[in-house]
Design a protein around this ligand. Structure first.
Ligand code: XMP
Ligand code: MG
Length: 177
């Protein structure tokens, strides 16, 4: 595995995910929730979060393509894959692993709003607010992190690191030139 430094431990993640679920349970009550998971990074977060939710939950998956596979987000996003059929009058949570520049979620929010949900809110596990290029605030957020490239708990560097049980900063020496 890559050289890394643990930023958020497994215990901290478990506790914070429970708190987020409490907030969602409080805000949505008995309403059925349509949770849209952004592949692949948010899968572990989704699996843990929805099992702490008390209301009926539907799950959907979307995947976007962004140019480049390195550690920097690029500015061009397109929809690569989606299981979303109908969101008309539904209460939707868009679930993402990390909010960085905001370009990905901005694109997906616009795309999903075209399906005319009753409401749509963004829930992210991690937020790197210093890198924002689009004015976007998550409604629910697990942790704010510094501007470091992170892996673990679903997040990858070149497809590895997703199965780590904690979140870690990748050592800069691992970045490909
Ligand atoms: P934007 O910039 O569009 O980025 O908000 C969101 C997407 O960029 C990826 N991303 C990361 N992935 N560690 C990762 O594994 C990171 O530190 C990181 N920062 C951004 C991620 O795929 C997210 O969906
Ligand atoms: Mg990735």
């Amino acid at each position: 595995m890559y050289k890394h430094k643990v930023l958020i431990t497994e215990d901290q993640i478990i506790r914070r995910v429970e708190e987020l679920a409490l907030e969602l349970n409080k805000q949505y009550g008995e309403k059925t929730l349509d949770v849209v998971c952004v592949l692949k990074g948010a899968t572990i977060f989704m699996a843990d979060l929805i099992r702490k939710l008390n209301m009926p939950v539907r799950t959907h998956f979307v995947q976007v393509s962004t140019y480049g596979t390195g550690s920097e987000s690029s500015g061009t996003v397109s929809l690569h894959f989606s299981t979303v059929a109908d969101l008309l009058d539904r209460d939707v949570i868009l679930l993402e692993d990390i909010l960085d520049t905001g370009i990905t979620l901005d694109y997906l929010l616009k795309h999903l709003k075209e399906k005319k949900p009753r409401s749509i809110q963004v829930c992210v596990l991690l937020d790197k607010p210093t890198k924002r290029k689009v004015n976007l605030q998550p409604h629910f957020r697990g942790f704010e992190i510094p501007d470091e490239f992170v892996i673990g708990y679903g997040l990858d560097y070149q497809e590895l690191g997703r199965n780590l049980r904690f979140i870690a900063a990748l050592d800069p020496s691992e970045y490909k030139p």
